[in-house]
Design a protein around this ligand. Structure first.
Ligand SMILES: *[C@@H]1O[C@H](CO)[C@@H](O)[C@H](O)[C@H]1NC(C)=O
Ligand SMILES: *[C@@H]1O[C@H](CO)[C@@H](O)[C@H](O)[C@H]1NC(C)=O
Length: 251
C-alpha cells in the first residue's frame, strides 16, 4: 500500500495556497500602519478619500465620489417646529474627494472598543429627488422635484464601536455601531419646483429656509445622521471584513 503521506502533504500545501489567495492584501498605496499610529492612519484615510475615491474592490472599498445612498424619509412630529414629511429618493453625495482627516483615536492593538475619526471638508452636497409636505416654523411647504442639501465647511466625527473576531487564525474588526455627527459652518438648502413650480413662492421659501438653516438643521440632524450613519457603517464594515485587522495594522 502506498503511504498516505504525499496526499496529505499535497492537501496541506493546497490549503495554504488557498488561504494565501483568499487573505486580501493591502493595495500598494495603503501603508500598513503600526496599530494606534494616528499620523500614519490619517495619511491612509486621506489617500482613501483623495486618491481612491472611485473605490477598490480588492480592499472592499465602495465608490465614494459620488457616494450613492439608499432612499430615505424623515417624518417629523407635527408638533415640532419643523413639522415635515420629507422623502429623499436617489440621493447622491458629492464632496468626499476633498475630505481630510484631522485626528484619529483608537485603532490600537485590538479592534475591540471605540475608535474615532475627525474629518473636515470644504463642502458635502447631497442631491436627491424630493417630496416634501408640512410646515417649517410657521410656513407651509409642499412640493416635489430636485433638491440640494449642502453642508458648507463641515467638521465631522465618526465614532465606531467594534468587537474582535478570529477567523482562520486572522483577526477581524466587526463594526457593531457607527455614528456620524457634524458641525457645518452653514447649511445651504435648495428645493426646486416647490408649490408646483410657483416661482415667487418657491424662491421665498428657499430664502426663508436658508436664513433659518440653523434651527432647521438642529431639528433635522438626528434623522439625517441616522440615514448617513447607516450607509457609512455598511461601507466601513465591508472594508474591515475584506482585510484582516492584523494585515491592515501591525499589532
Ligand atoms: C428610490 O426611489 C425611486 C423613485 O421613487 C425609485 O425609482 C427607486 O427604485 C428607489 N430606489 C430604491 C433602491 O428603492
Ligand atoms: C448645491 O448647492 C451648493 C451650495 O449652494 C452649490 O455650490 C452647488 O453648485 C449646488 N449643486 C448643484 C448640482 O446644483
Amino acid at each position: 500500500m502506498r503511504s498516505l503521506m504525499p496526499t496529505y502533504v499535497l492537501q496541506v500545501s493546497y490549503a495554504l495556497v488557498l488561504i494565501h489567495l483568499v487573505a486580501a492584501k493591502l493595495p500598494s498605496d495603503i501603508k500598513r500602519c503600526v496599530a494606534g499610529d494616528g499620523k500614519c492612519i490619517i495619511e491612509n484615510i486621506n489617500v482613501i478619500f483623495n486618491k481612491k475615491n472611485q473605490g477598490d474592490e480588492s480592499f472592499g472599498l465602495t465608490k465614494l465620489e459620488p457616494f450613492t445612498m439608499d432612499n430615505f424619509s424623515i417624518r417629523q412630529d407635527p408638533a415640532s417646529p419643523v413639522a415635515i414629511y420629507l422623502t429623499l429618493n436617489n440621493p447622491v453625495v458629492y464632496g468626499s474627494k476633498n475630505v481630510r482627516a484631522t485626528k484619529v483615536k483608537g485603532f490600537g492593538k485590538t479592534p475591540e472598543g471605540r475608535h474615532e475619526i475627525l474629518l473636515e471638508a470644504p463642502y458635502i452636497s447631497m442631491l436627491s429627488d424630493y417630496v416634501i409636505d408640512g410646515k417649517v416654523l410657521i410656513l407651509p411647504i409642499k412640493g416635489e422635484g430636485r433638491s440640494n442639501f449642502t453642508l458648507v465647511e463641515p467638521k465631522m466625527k465618526i465614532v465606531i464601536d467594534a468587537t474582535s473576531r478570529t477567523k482562520d487564525g486572522k483577526i477581524f474588526m466587526d463594526v457593531k455601531d457607527l455614528r456620524v455627527e457634524c458641525k457645518p459652518k452653514r447649511v445651504a438648502l435648495h428645493f426646486e419646483n416647490l408649490f408646483n413650480g410657483d416661482k415667487a413662492l418657491g424662491e421665498n421659501i428657499n430664502s426663508f429656509l436658508n436664513e433659518n438653516w440653523n434651527g432647521i438643521f438642529i431639528e433635522m440632524k438626528a434623522p439625517l445622521y441616522d440615514a448617513i450613519s447607516k450607509q457609512i457603517k455598511v461601507g466601513t464594515a465591508k472594508v474591515f471584513s475584506a482585510t484582516p485587522y492584523d494585515e491592515i495594522f501591525e499589532i
